[in-house]
Structure formats: C-alpha cells, structure tokens
Unconditional design. Structure first.
Length: 208
C-alpha cells in the first residue's frame, strides 16, 4: 500500500515536471503582440530557512528584472512560496515569503482544479485575493521545431471584494518537455478590459 502511494506521488510529480520544468539554467523567451520580449530563467535553489529550499524564477523585460519569484514542487502542484526583491535596501528584507504557499498550476493525467484564498499587499494595506484554476489535456501542438503534447490551464484571479475589484483571467498552454508556450491574459477593472498575449519564440534547456 505504501509503495503504491509513493509510486503514484512520483508519477504526479513527473507529470508536473514534464510540463513545468524547473531545472536551473532553463530559459524561455516570449514575445507580445508589439514585439516586446520577456525572458524567464530558472536559477539555482535558494535557502529560505527552516531547512527548506525554493526554486527562483527571474523574469526580465528589456534586460531588467526586479528580482525573482520563489517556487516549490509539491507532487502535482507548483507552489509560489515567496519573492526575492533585489532592489530592497536594509532594513527591508530582500526575501519575502508568503504566509501560505499559493498554488500556481496543478497538473494530473486528466482534469484537475485548485483554489486559493489569501491576501496581496498594497500601499493601502492587504487586499483579498481569490484564485480558482482548472487544467486538462489539450491537443498536440507544433511548438517551435517540434510537435508536443499540451495541457490547457485556465486561472481566474479576483483581487478585492467591492466595486474596485480587479479580475484577471489567464488561459495558458503548456507543452511537454518545454513549459509554458502561450498565455492570453484579460484584466477587467472599472468596467474596462485590457488583453495581452505572450507566445514562446525561443526555448533554451540547461547546458550539459
């Protein structure tokens, strides 16, 4: 019984890592509708205290990055556990951990869903954050120089709980062995909706 549980957990972790490779040195370059490039890169695990480590992902736009997001893999779920603010100056800490890890994506062999209830800091204090996500298998898709299996993920985030609430909907495609290959995002606030899209234009697995 214990062995079967261990095997099942390993299979779920493998499924997530197949579609969300978090290997140091992995690098993705995306481009939006205006040709602006966004670069994501996975760094080496960092110590976050209490005997735990997290995987940093740095996002750069025009060569500039404010720091990194910190992730941890928990079986079939990728969790956001905190941030590194490289612009923080003493006594402000550069390492900021979330009170509770936030599920970013959950992938299984069929359909999966997840939710999160927490807060996001703002200049006026913490604001309610509600997240609901869904994932399921998608069709095979030509990505760059190969045809891959895909997973389709939809995430709906609501920030605030009154007339000023902001709603963000993300529709994301993940490719097996690559990671995120396409994302469409629609942000609705004060009756207006702003859309943006990112598409993978270059994938660089770690050297060696």
């Amino acid at each position: 019984m214990i062995l079967s549980v261990v095997i099942a957990a390993a299979a779920l972790a493998s499924q997530l890592e197949d579609f969300c490779p978090m290997v140091p040195g992995t690098r993705w370059t995306y481009e939006d509708a205006n040709g602006l490039q966004v670069v994501d890169e996975i760094g080496k695990p960092v110590d976050i205290g209490k005997g735990q480590t997290a995987i940093p992902k740095t996002t750069s736009i025009s060569g500039r990055s404010p720091g990194a997001e910190l992730y941890r893999v928990d079986n079939d779920t990728l969790l956001l556990v905190g941030y590194i603010d490289k612009n923080a100056r003493p006594p402000a800490p550069g390492l900021n951990l979330l009170p509770e890890p936030q599920p970013i994506v959950r992938l299984s062999n069929a359909k999966a869903d997840w939710q999160y209830l927490g807060e996001v800091p703002t200049g006026l204090g913490p604001v309610l954050l509600q997240v609901r996500g869904y994932s399921n298998k998608g069709p095979k898709k030509k990505v760059l120089d190969r045809e891959v299996e895909t997973m389709a993920v939809q995430v709906i985030s609501r920030i605030g709980n009154d007339a000023q609430r902001v709603e963000i909907r993300q529709d994301v495609i993940y490719g097996k062995g690559i990671g995120m290959v396409e994302m469409t995002e629609a942000t609705k606030a004060q009756g207006q909706t702003v859309k943006k899209m990112l598409k993978l234009v270059k994938f660089e697995p770690p050297q060696g």
